[in-house]
Design a protein around this ligand. Structure first.
Ligand SMILES: C[S@@+](CC[C@H](N)C(=O)[O-])C[C@H]1O[C@@H](n2cnc3c(N)ncnc32)[C@H](O)[C@@H]1O
Length: 190
């Protein structure tokens, strides 16, 4: 068997015991972004790519807050998205942030200490998920981290199981909005 080029640190559903940060408001971001920020505080990466960070039509206040928080912790962070020109005015763009347009289904030409992908791959066509995971991992520098979150069952979990070689148990106290639960995969690149 070909060795996988990463080590899985965590792969699990978020549960009601997870730390949360209510200023992120959204039912899953209160957990997802808190987890990401805790990991940035813990590992202090020099470079971070917040992929698919959010565009004009998807709740900018939350995303701006998150981008500003990432930038505060990691001033070299790059935030990227596909649509809308992202953050049109300097009045709403956190100072020091760098934004770029990047389609996560396409390779990126740089590597980073941390690559973040929060609640996005479930929105992709199923046949683009594996290619996107390849692209996200391809952006991670050796020894760097990829943090991925996504909604379930809006994604084919078997694709994730096969790709990362992990199992997911569904805990009884998983966080849900009534229809969805959400899942975390955190890996370190070899
Ligand atoms: C549910 S939002 C999540 C945004 C942000 N990551 C967050 O934490 O709130 C999904 C985001 O994925 C972005 N997106 C969807 N398909 C994409 C693609 N192929 N490349 C880059 N971004 C994409 C959209 O612009 C949108 O901002």
């Amino acid at each position: 068997m070909v060795p996988r080029p990463f080590q899985v640190l965590e792969s699990r559903f978020f549960t009601k015991d997870d730390p949360r940060e209510d200023r992120y408001v959204h039912w899953s971001r209160v957990y997802e972004w808190r987890y990401v920020l805790d990991m940035l505080r813990k590992y202090r990466p020099r470079t971070v790519h917040n992929t698919a960070c959010g565009g004009l039509n998807s709740g900018d206040c939350l995303h701006l807050t998150f981008c500003a928080d990432v930038s505060a912790l990691c001033p070299d962070a790059v935030h990227s998205d596909l649509w809308g020109g992202g953050y049109p005015g300097t009045e709403t763009k956190p100072p020091g942030d760098r934004f770029e347009h990047h389609d996560i289904t396409e390779p990126h030409d740089r590597t980073f200490d941390f690559v973040l992908n929060v609640s996005t791959i479930e929105h992709l066509p199923s046949d683009k998920v594996v290619r996107t995971l390849d692209n996200l991992l391809g952006q991670v520098a050796p020894g760097g981290h990829l943090i991925l979150t996504f909604d379930f069952p809006d994604i084919d979990l078997q694709q994730i199981v096969d790709y990362f070689g992990v199992m997911f148990e569904t805990p009884t106290d998983y966080v849900t909005n009534g229809r969805l639960a959400f899942v975390l995969v955190h890996v370190v690149k070899s």
